[in-house]
Design a protein around this ligand. Structure first.
Ligand code: MN3
Length: 200
C-alpha cells in the first residue's frame, strides 16, 4: 500500500501571520508531497513495499532514497500535528513537571531549544526527545530522525522543528530566529503533552 500525504487539520492560512499561507502551500503541497512520492518509488518492488513507516525507518535506511524520503514523510507528518491556530500555550500534567525538572522553566526550555535550532548548520531538525521517561534535546541533519538506527539511542521525539530554509525563507529569509519565535506561537503544547503521556 502506497503512502499518502496526510490530511492537514487546518487550512493553509490558519497559522498566519506566524507561518504564511504561501509557505504552507509549498511546504506541504510540494516538499512533503515529493517525499511521499519519492518514498513510494524507492520502495516499489522491495521487501518493504507493504511495511509500516516505523519499520521502514528502523530497517531500510541503508538506501539513501528511503532514508531521506522516509524521514521526510515521517518528520513532516509529525510536524503538522504539533501546530494549531488555537494552540495551548503551555505544557500540562507530567510534561509541565518534566520540563521544569529538566530545564528549570518553560522559558529556559524555549531558550535552549532556540539555541539548538540556531546551531544546526544547513538543513535539519531540532528535537525534544524522551528516553526512559526523561527529556533531552537533540538535533539531526537532513531528514534523519531518532527512529533510525543511527540515532535510536536518543529515544523518541515528542516535539520537532524543521529548520530547513524551505520552512521559513519566503517569510523570514535568513532570520531563522524569528521563525523559531513564530513556531512557539503556533505550537500546541496540548499535543506535545499527550505525546509525552504515552511515552513517559
Ligand atoms: Mn520541511
Amino acid at each position: 500500500m502506497a503512502f499518502e500525504l496526510p490530511k492537514l487539520a487546518y487550512g493553509f492560512d490558519a497559522l498566519e501571520p506566524h507561518i504564511d499561507t504561501k509557505t504552507m502551500e509549498t511546504h506541504y503541497g510540494k516538499h512533503h508531497a515529493a517525499y511521499v512520492n519519492n518514498l513510494n518509488n524507492a520502495l516499489k518492488g522491495t521487501a518493504f513495499e507493504n511495511a509500516s513507516l516505523e519499520e521502514i525507518l528502523a530497517k531500510a535506511v541503508e538506501t539513501p532514497a528511503v532514508r531521506n524520503n522516509g524521514g521526510g514523510h515521517y518528520n513532516h507528518s509529525f510536524f503538522w500535528t504539533l501546530l494549531s491556530a488555537e494552540p495551548s500555550a503551555k505544557p500540562d500534567g507530567k510534561l509541565a513537571e518534566a520540563i521544569d525538572a529538566t530545564f528549570g522553566s518553560l522559558d529556559n526550555f524555549k531558550a535552549e531549544f532556540t539555541k539548538l535550532s540556531l546551531s544546526i548548520f544547513g538543513s535539519g531538525w531540532a528535537w525534544l526527545c524522551v528516553k526512559n521517561g526523561t527529556l533531552h534535546l537533540y538535533s539531526t541533519p537532513n531528514q534523519d530522525n531518532t527512529l533510525m538506527p543511527f540515532h535510536k539511542e536518543q529515544g523518541l521525539p515528542i516535539l520537532g522543528l524543521d529548520v530547513w530554509e524551505h520552512a521559513y525563507y519566503l517569510l523570514y529569509q535568513n532570520r531563522r530566529v524569528e521563525y523559531v519565535e513564530a513556531f512557539f506561537k503556533v505550537l500546541d503544547w496540548k499535543v506535545v503533552s499527550s505525546k509525552f503521556e504515552t511515552l513517559a
